[in-house]
Design a protein. Structure first.
Length: 174
């Protein structure tokens, strides 16, 4: 056997062995990536279920508050308004029950179906949801204190008494 042929065979064996190692390592990396993907999906599912349960509970609380308002309207002999408010409470209760019973895939499919069949309704709902969420976020922020005369800041119009004296003259007709 000639040295060139021997080198060719060794090179071919090395190439095959490298391909085998590469296949094993690639398979292991693929399996590891799939496992990480499963773990992330499971964690996302747990978080979603937790948030979904909290949202359903909040909706149930809102429904109870609306129903209580309907009862007070009924006691004040405002039956027509009480009936409308009771219908709203029932709708909120149905939404809470729907949210409790549906899984993530079912919710996603329902939203997709609504977006396809009723795009205007879907976009309007998204707009209202965004506005409600913005209002909620704004209301939950800590309030900052404004500077006023009582807190040591200058109030508008307190410039050495000139503005207040002008207002006094204007109101007295001078």
């Amino acid at each position: 056997m000639q040295p060139r042929e021997a080198l060719g065979r060794v090179g071919e064996q090395l190439r095959r062995r490298a391909a085998e190692v590469s296949e094993v390592v690639g398979g292991q990396a693929g399996e590891a990536a799939m496992e990480v993907g499963r773990q992330l999906r499971d964690q996302g599912q747990r978080i979603f279920e937790e948030k979904k349960g909290r949202a359903a509970s909040d909706l149930e609380s809102v429904g109870a508050a609306i129903r209580e308002a309907a009862e007070k309207l009924q006691q004040n002999e405002m039956g027509g308004a009480a009936g409308l408010v009771e219908v709203a409470a029932h709708g909120v209760d149905r939404a809470a029950q729907y949210l409790t019973e549906r899984e993530l895939d079912g919710l996603r499919e329902d939203v997709e179906d609504l977006a396809r069949s009723q795009p205007v309704l879907f976009l309007g709902g998204m707009l209202l949801t965004g506005l409600a969420l913005a209002r909620f976020v704004k209301a939950s922020r800590p309030r900052r204190h404004r500077r006023t005369e009582n807190s040591g800041g200058r109030a508008s119009g307190a410039r050495g008494g000139r503005s207040s004296s002008r207002r006094a003259r204007a109101s007295s007709g001078r």
